[in-house]
Structures are given as structure tokens and as C-alpha cells.
Ligand binder design. Structure first.
Ligand code: PLP
Length: 286
């Protein structure tokens, strides 16, 4: 999908948005077909393009960030559209890969973003929130149909690829500890509370014409700053970053998009600090 970000390997850069951030690698990247981002009012164009591509019969898989495209600018689209994209893939027997590296573990208000669309991907990628953001760990899950296809007692068919720290025991222990928190503590209550705090924080800016496209999906809140240069290298980004740092806040704008995606342990005071700083930044810098 246009504007998507899936990582920095050759494969993930190939399926992600091309631009200044991966330009030196361009000669190494393989060709993929793209669908446009389903911006409000243009959802059908995305679904139609996916339908057209899948109908050609040679699409290996469709990879997408469910509900929110993160690094591409916190771009949000509906669960209905996500479901329609999934159904298009199913219709043509195209594998559906959900990259929930950013959206997983409660970020969108449910454990996984795909739950909002009541879909089960063929392949799913999880990371960041798996260890509560504390230690690096990722898992890739697949349906048993895919697993069985790869399963063999012939040892020459072993999936030989791994790395030094695959299933690192300390990282796995952090993930287990996080799962215990999910099972034993009122995590959904905290997330609901954070969703409300974020909504109230954003509401302060809804009539402020220095900001546009104020949006929220679950705990993720974002807005665009009304400047002429919308690009990733827009100079407003570093200026804001420095301003927020001087307020003891790490907020990293993506081009002219400001977003807040705090850990689930934040308090109302922390949230106030974020939105007060955004208001001050607007007065001083815009
Ligand atoms: C949606 C998404 N996919 C993939 C990645 C890349 O993950 P990693 O850095 O673990 O390869 C990120 C990282 O920000 C991401 O947001």
C-alpha cells in the first residue's frame, strides 16, 4: 500500500513506500504492485485496484498495516475498508499479511487491529508491544495451512534461517511477563482510559486552524500542522522536536504530522504535559 512502512530489509523496503529514506537501496529493491492509501472518500479506488491486481492471478500476497499506517504519517482508515481488502484477497486466494508491528498489543483499542474488522490474517507480524516495548522481540505467525505446507520430516527442508538472538531467553521472559500483565491486570481498562484522555487532549485543537486532519484510532492520536511543506524533510519537524525536548518530551514529528502514542502507564498529568507543550509549540513556532 502506498505510504506503508514495513521495515528496512530488502524485502520490507521493497513492499514499503519508496522515497528519500531508502533511495540508496533502490537498485536492489524488487518490483511490487501497489494500491493507493484508502483516504476518506477514496476507499473504493483502493479496493478496486486490489481486485484488479488479484484477478490477474499472479499476486503472491498483500501486505498491509491494519487501520493505521505508522511511519508513513499515522494515516488512518476504517475497519470496513480493512475487511473489504481482506475479502478481496480471500476471493482470489491471495495471502493476506497483517503487519501489526505498530498496531498490535492494544494500540488500536483491541489486542490486535484486525479484530476491529473481524478478520484473521494468513500471516501476522507482531513486535513492539509484545514485550511492552521493553526488549527487542518479534514473532511471525501463520495459519496452520501455511505451516503444514512447510512442515516436513525431511531434514534437508529445515527452515535454516535464524539469527544470533532468535528467541533470546531474556526477551522471551519479558514477553511472558507482559502477557501475564495482559492476563492478570486491568489492561483494557487502562487502554480505554488512555483513549479518552487522548480524545480530550486532541479536542483542544479541533477549532485551531494551525492544525488539520485531527485524528485518533484507539490510543494513537495525530494531527497535521498547517504548513506549506508537507514532506518528510519539512523543516518544521526538527524545530518541533527540539522544542519538545526542551520541555522534557520526546515527540518525533513525521514531516508535518505530530503524533502521540504514549505507553499505557501514562497519567493524566503526563497527557496534559504533552498537549500543553503542543499548544505552546504552536504559539511559539507557527
Ligand atoms: C508497521 C511496522 N512494520 C515493521 C516495522 C519494522 O520493524 P523492525 O524494526 O523490528 O524490523 C515497523 C517499525 O517501526 C513498523 O512500524
Amino acid at each position: 500500500m502506498e505510504n506503508s512502512y514495513h521495515g528496512d530489509t530488502i524485502g520490507t523496503m521493497s513492499v514499503g513506500e519508496r522515497g528519500v529514506f531508502n533511495q540508496p537501496y533502490n537498485p536492489l529493491l524488487f518490483d511490487v504492485a501497489k494500491v493507493p492509501f484508502p483516504s476518506a472518500g477514496n476507499e473504493q479506488a483502493t479496493i478496486d485496484q486490489l481486485e484488479k491486481l488479484c484477478a490477474q492471478g499472479d499476486v503472491a500476497a498483500f501486505i498491509v498495516e491494519p487501520l493505521v499506517l505508522g511511519a508513513g504519517g499515522m494515516l488512518m482508515y476504517s475497519a470496513e475498508t480493512l475487511r473489504a481488502l481482506y475479502e478481496t484477497c480471500k476471493k482470489h486466494n491471495t495471502l493476506f499479511i497483517a503487519d501489526e508491528v505498530m498496531t498490535g498489543w492494544g494500540r488500536t483499542g483491541k489486542l490486535f487491529a484486525c479484530e476491529h474488522a473481524q478478520i484473521t490474517p494468513d500471516i501476522a507480524c507482531y513486535s513492539k508491544g509484545l514485550t511492552g516495548g521493553s526488549l527487542p522481540l518479534a514473532i511471525t505467525m501463520c495459519s496452520s495451512a501455511i505451516y503444514d505446507e512447510h512442515y516436513s520430516t525431511d531434514r534437508s527442508k529445515t527452515f535454516f534461517h535464524s539469527s544470533s538472538y532468535t528467541a533470546n531467553p531474556i526477551a522471551c521472559a519479558a514477553a511472558v511477563a507482559n502477557l501475564e500483565i495482559w492476563e492478570n491486570e486491568p489492561v483494557y481498562e487502562r487502554i480505554e482510559n488512555l483513549i479518552e484522555m487522548q480524545a480530550a487532549g486532541l479536542a483542544r485543537f479541533k477549532d485551531d486552524d494551525r492544525f488539520t486532519n485531527i485524528r485518533q484510532t484507539g490510543t494513537i492520536a495525530a494531527m497535521d500542522i498547517n504548513v506549506k511543506d508537507h514532506g518528510y524533510l519539512s523543516d518544521i519537524g526538527p524545530r518541533l522536536y527540539e522544542f519538545f525536548k526542551s520541555k522534557n518530551l520526546l515527540l518525533r514529528p513525521l514531516g508535518n504530522t505530530l503524533y502521540s502514542m504514549p505507553p499505557y502507564c501514562v497519567t493524566q498529568d503526563d497527557i496534559n504535559q504533552i498537549y500543553d507543550a503542543i499548544a505552546e509549540a504552536a504559539d511559539e513556532l507557527l
